[in-house]
Design a protein around this ligand. Structure first.
Ligand code: SAM
Length: 384
């Protein structure tokens, strides 16, 4: 296996103490679980894991503008390039979170790189190997759990070979128990956005991905009412997009803009939305050109809190939201991971359910007995 390994220094050589094992032996809780927020962007993971009761002890992102937004919202500037931090200098943690860069694997990213004759996937020297940086951090720090997020295409990239390497590294090489699921955010926000989640536990645990509602909200729930005309498409751009769509329709493929109303669910917001906004255009009726979403609407579309601060230009904001995770999706995953860690390692939900059932039956019998006792007593009183 091509996986690089870093020798784990002896305990005495480490810079920080091991975190208190968080429920890994079922001996009760010692403080908040600590997590690290890698490739943190604007902090989608951080909102979710803080809401699940965890404490962030390290964050990293090399993008200057993402750091500005992160600092405005969390009061902390993330560390820069992940390659430039010594693994041992990353604080000890219980949960490692990372939405690692997806361009080397995403359909759009791969076709762009192919058209430019550039390498993609793990052959992309700069970005493709970031997964192995994650693997090194996991190997060194041995967190009780990790949560990784990426585009759905990660699974099929290079005919499944990329995913196979990732899976083998996390399981065979690092010894983690892996659970994966593709989750579509449209059940919690009005956006069709499928992402793969890889959740790993150091010890075998009964983990299940959370359930999501069958039907989600519609765009009207996130649209603003008073929107500046600067978001309306110019005649030139609107004509260009219509001509482009017509050309592709004639060629028999589906490239085109996504025109929607408040009653719809949008396509996936991409980091390229700032260019022409074509994937999500809001109809403004027959007499007006459609408009793009405002950055605030993008924040809502990604499930960010109402008071989320957007201290950067529209262009940067669109890039940041297009790259982000959907906060309420990660919130549910975070809650499931934290509650799994809170149970003893050998906890079996089905046994707990059975025990509850037994308990419920006992209670139901007790209630039935006392009801019948009072009924009999009442009948005796009436006939006396
Ligand atoms: C897919 S985005 C993750 C977004 C994040 N999960 C969120 O919710 O906003 C990937 C991030 O990785 C960052 N990144 C890429 N290469 C990096 C590196 N070598 N070191 C640190 N950050 C990096 C990018 O700047 C980008 O913000």
């Amino acid at each position: 296996m091509s996986y690089r390994t870093t020798k784990r220094p002896a305990k005495s050589e480490r810079l920080r103490e091991e975190p208190v094992a968080y429920h890994t032996n079922g001996n009760g809780r010692h403080g908040k679980p600590k997590f690290i927020d890698l490739f943190c962007g604007i902090g989608g993971f951080r909102f979710a894991f803080e809401k699940a009761g965890c404490e962030c002890v390290f964050s990293s992102d090399w993008n200057k503008y993402a750091k500005i937004t992160y600092e405005a919202n969390f009061g902390e500037k993330p560390f820069g390039d992940i390659h430039s931090v010594a693994v041992a200098n990353i604080p000890a943690h219980d949960i490692l979170c990372a939405g690692f860069p997806c361009q080397p694997f995403s359909i759009a990213g791969v076709s762009k790189k192919l058209s430019l004759g550039k390498a993609h996937g793990f052959d992309d020297k700069e970005q493709g190997n970031l997964f192995f940086s994650l693997a090194e951090i996991i190997e060194f720090h041995q967190p009780a759990a990790f949560v990784l997020e990426n585009v759905k295409n990660l699974k099929s990239h290079d005919q499944g070979r990329t995913f196979q390497i990732i899976r083998n590294t996390l399981t065979d090489a690092l010894g983690y128990h892996l659970h994966t699921a593709v989750i579509d955010a449209q059940s919690v926000v009005p956006q069709h956005r499928e992402r793969i989640f890889l959740v790993g536990f150091k010890e075998r645990r009964a983990f299940e991905f959370p359930e999501f509602p069958a039907a989600g909200p519609k765009l009207e729930s996130i649209l603003e009412t008073d929107v500046s005309d600067k978001y309306t498409l110019s005649n030139h751009l609107w004509k260009y997009l219509q001509d482009y769509a017509a050309k592709h329709r004639a060629a028999g493929n589906g490239f085109g803009f996504g025109l929607v109303t408040g009653k719809d669910t949008s396509r996936t917001l991409s980091a390229r939305y700032y260019k022409d906004g074509s994937e999500i255009l809001i109809s403004q009726g027959p007499r007006k050109n459609p408009r793009r979403l405002t950055p605030r609407e993008c924040a809502r579309l990604m499930g960010y809190p109402k008071d989320f601060k957007i201290p950067v230009s529209d262009t940067q904001a669109y890039k940041q939201f297009g790259n982000s995770v959907v906060v309420p999706v990660v919130e549910r995953v975070a809650k499931a991971v934290v509650s799994t860690l809170q149970h003893p390692v050998d906890y079996k939900p089905e046994l707990a359910l059975a025990a509850n059932d037994k308990e419920n039956k006992k209670t139901a019998t007790r209630i039935a007995e006392s009801v019948s006792y009072f009924k009999t007593k009442k009948r005796r009183k009436e006939s006396a």
